[in-house]
Each structure stands twice: as structure tokens, then as C-alpha cells.
Design a protein. Sequence first.
Length: 110
Amino acid sequence: MRVEFLFWSGCPSHPQALADLRRAMADAGLDPGEVSVREIDSEAGAEVAEFVGSPTIRIDGADVQPTGNEPTGLTCRVYRRRDGRISPTPDPADLRDALRAASATATGRS
């Protein structure tokens, strides 16, 4: 399983999002040190990486909360929590569910 954490340093929420992701990985029995952390530092880099804002978390290439047709760019991302609130970080429950689903797929379980 490949877990990617993409961020832009101009967005203040990325440290909390990375901590939440690593905690979710540890809770799932995965090595939090295996997160591939990548800074996106240019508009061109954002376009190439299909980066729709900071932080972006992908598991096996799939965004933990797909955005649809959002433009790429150096911006802070907005997530919708399960309780309906808007947040600068993904809902930890979404992270756990995405990790579990990817783990199950990787081991052939459903």
C-alpha cells in the first residue's frame, strides 16, 4: 500500500493533518514512517501532481476525499467532516476507513 501526503508550506493545517494520518496508520497496525511526504512548491508542480490543495492524502493513488473537478494549485484545501462541519484537515474516520479498505484490497479481503 502506498500512502502519499502532499502539502504546500503556505497552508498552516498540514502538520496537524500529517499527525492525524500517522496516528490513523498506527491505529491500523501500519508503519507511520512509510508515508511518502512531498511538498508541492510551484504551480507547475501542482499541475503535474494534480494537487488540488494542501493537505492532499492519497492511498494507492486514490484521494481520501475526492474533490471532483477542483482546479490544481497552491492553496489550502477544505474538507467536509462526517458531521457536516468544514475543516482544513480530513476527518480521522475517513482516514481510518480509507486505510482499512486499501489494506483489505491489498490482502485480498473485501
